[in-house]
Design a protein around this ligand. Structure first.
Ligand code: 5GP
Length: 429
């Protein structure tokens, strides 16, 4: 049976300096027992009574950059001449444990979170007016007039991003602003991005019960593109964001499966509560699958694996030359053909032109898959780089299910429900 999600949300409070976001962000943590404040890493020196570990993790620039190179940050930005970043691992662990995380960050950072963590809730804190913002910045007494001017200019740039946020809070009258923050926090608990898609909505596909199939089963999902290196800094890749695979992993997780996500370098942040195996190349993905697919009840191949790779990899960085080097490519192996998965496989086909279904079915047979999800690559607003998708699920026995355009989360839930039903009916495992 599906239970409501026990994963925390990620709430991002952003806006111009001086808008009062820290007070509003801290208010959530003081008001809601399940909310935790994310302590950022920064290169700026402590001010006033700020304490290491409570207000910031204060580090020098060398340490900050070394963390950056290790992929320590979910997002990072240079703000007013200092570097600031959010600890990715801590956010993952905290949301996995069921607590919600509140970030108090700048607007550039919020935009990075939007891309990497599709379910994040973005709240923009808007000062009541430019004059009031100037008065607050001046009144703090910490900045000289040229600094205040720079902050005012930055504010004008940042406010233009308001449309990319989910909510705004006009931070004028304090009590109202605090109440509004509480309302936002509470209302997000009804959000589709953090809870299993309601089974009732899937009734319209006639396959709600299919979700029950996954309780206690093991599912392996692949996601993202692969990167095929030319040298130590350049690679061949494609536009896959990894979002479809992440949403599938979430859907199977919420249906009660234990999920392993084998992911190439994705822009989407992997969902909490799944085992993550990170790879870079197609060959590494093949090895990871051989290692993890044993005992699985389904392998869903949502990754966009490169068909080709450079025939050789140069050391360091290839020099710039008068004439561009010729790229010699060689085919990557067909991961499924090599794998012998030992469980039903769902293939994905992205087909742009006419004759799509025939080509998708041919791909399904070639790969020994029991079903293929045919995505339309040519519909505006859908497919690889977007949050939406649509398509048709084709089964080896001739069954088909049209999935109308919807968010990738919705498409993933519909796929999980329908596959569960099909496999349940054929008495699978
Ligand atoms: P302050 O130095 O006044 O504490 O913060 C300066 C600005 O940096 C504020 O807008 C604050 O929200 C932002 N900031 C603090 N931590 C982070 C972080 O981890 N990432 C990003 N992108 N901005 C941050």
């Amino acid at each position: 049976m599906r239970t409501s999600s026990s994963y925390g949300r990620l709430i991002v409070v952003a806006g111009p300096s001086g808008a009062g976001k820290t007070t509003l962000a801290r208010h959530l943590v003081e008001t809601f027992a399940d909310a935790r404040f994310s302590v950022s890493t920064t290169t700026r020196p402590p001010r006033g009574d700020e304490r290491q570990g409570r207000d910031y993790d204060f580090v020098d620039e060398e340490e900050f950059r070394s963390r950056m190179d290790r992929g320590f940050f979910l997002e990072w930005a240079e703000v007013h001449g200092s570097l600031y970043g959010t600890d990715r691992q801590w956010v993952r662990q905290t949301t996995s444990s069921g607590s919600s995380v509140v970030l108090d960050i700048d607007v550039q950072g919020a935009m990075q979170v939007r891309e990497r963590w599709p379910g994040a809730v973005l709240v923009f804190v808007l000062p009541p007016s430019a004059a009031e913002l100037r008065a607050r910045l001046t009144g703090r007494g910490t900045d000289d007039s040229s600094t205040v001017e720079r902050r005012m200019e930055a504010a004008a740039r940042e406010v233009r991003w308001l449309g990319a946020f989910d909510y705004f809070v006009l931070n004028g009258a304090r009590a109202e602003a605090l109440q509004r923050m509480e309302d936002i926090y509470t209302s997000t608990s009804c959000g589709l991005a953090w809870s299993p898609y309601p089974a009732q909505a899937l009734e319209y596909h006639g396959c709600t019960d299919g979700l029950d199939h996954w309780g206690g089963r093991k599912v392996v999902v692949t996601a993202g593109p692969t990167r095929e290196p030319l040298d130590d800094v350049r690679f061949l890749s494609n536009r896959a964001s990894g979002l479809m695979g992440c949403m599938l992993a979430s859907a199977f997780r919420d249906a009660g499966a234990s999920v392993t996500l084998v992911a190439g370098p994705m822009r989407a942040e992997p969902p909490a509560g799944v085992d993550l195996v990170e790879v870079e190349t197609a060959l590494q993905m093949g090895r990871a699958l051989r290692e993890h697919v044993r005992g699985a009840h389904l392998l869903a191949m949502a990754a966009a694996v490169s068909d080709f790779r450079p025939a050789s990899r140069a050391k360091g960085k290839m020099d710039r030359r008068e004439t561009a080097p010729q790229l010699e490519l060689e085919p990557n192996p067909d991961l499924l053909a090599e794998l012998d998965a030992g469980c039903p496989v769902l293939a994905f086909a992205l087909e742009m032109a006419g004759g799509r279904e025939e080509r998708a079915l041919a791909k399904m047979r070639r790969k020994g898959a029991f079903a293929v999800f045919l995505n339309r690559g040519d519909l505006e607003g859908q497919g690889m780089e977007s949050g939406a998708n649509a398509g048709v699920l084709l089964g080896e026995d001739g069954r088909r299910l049209e999935i109308p355009p919807g968010s990738k989360r919705y498409v993933a839930e519909a796929l999980a429900a329908c596959l569960g039903r099909w496999l349940g009916e054929r008495g699978d495992g």
